[in-house]
Design a protein around this ligand. Sequence first.
Ligand SMILES: [Zn+2]
Length: 317
Amino acid sequence: MTNRLDFQTTVADQVTLTGIGVHSGTPASVTLLPADAGTGIVFHRTDVSDDLQTDIPGRWDHVTATALCTVMADPARNGVSTVEHLMAALRGLGVDNVIVEMDGPEMPIMDGSAAAFVEAIDQVGLKRLDRGRRYLRIKKPVRFEQNGAWCELLPYSGTRFEVTIEFETPLIGRQTFASDMTPDVFRKEVSRARTFGQVKEVEKLWAMGFARGSSLENSVAVADDRVLNPEGTRWADEFVRHKTLDAVGDLALAGLPILGLYRSYKAGHRMNVAILAELFSKTGQDVFEIVEAPAWREHGNVERSGLAAAAFGPEVS
Ligand SMILES: [Zn+2]
């Protein structure tokens, strides 16, 4: 029987995407560059002066705002904003290490989903690095609750998301998406779900000077009981699928893939970052552990293959 390590990955080659920033409405481009094992996801601004060119780790403890999108550090200096859909694509496809070079403060919004990032990563493919992957395994439940909304991380033999949203507008109503999260599920069921907004909210944002680049090209616009986009939605429950996409991206800010069940009700970026802060505040309390380079069997017993086995498979010595 063959054992092999579950290795860290990076992109096999560099790849560039160009679009517009959803809040600035101006052109923005991003390049994904291969990175060494142990680098993680780091953001690098190419348009700022040399003394500000510090890399910003794509981690929860560098998040500075979550109101309209996820912001890392200070975008007026060397920080970046609207990183959530790229983070989701990287985690969703299992990319552990990459340098994300940006020519401005805002990530291009593309079509409002992670589809373009997935295509770009698929186009160059992944490269296996010579170091074992590390996982963050949840050992005890962690919960964060606020104003009737909540999210929690629970022990689970694999990686699973159970996301519920509830909106007053009958068009959205109550929706749940629940699935183990593999690259295949992420690619087919989640990555193409677009961000959405209620027209009256978008009009408020426009009045404040935000969401200047927001349009039917990059979001699903909901007015009371109907979708304004002529093409309609990609799934009847595209809304909760997008919230799942956001959660995958937000949890990627843990810095390591999580082995556990994420479950939420009416949660968003802010609560997702808050539960990571809650989780890491329990460091040393046996709430989670870092499992390094677990082995899994390439052949043989099917039940022992994949992520679930990665959590509990024998260590390779
Ligand atoms: Zn989103």
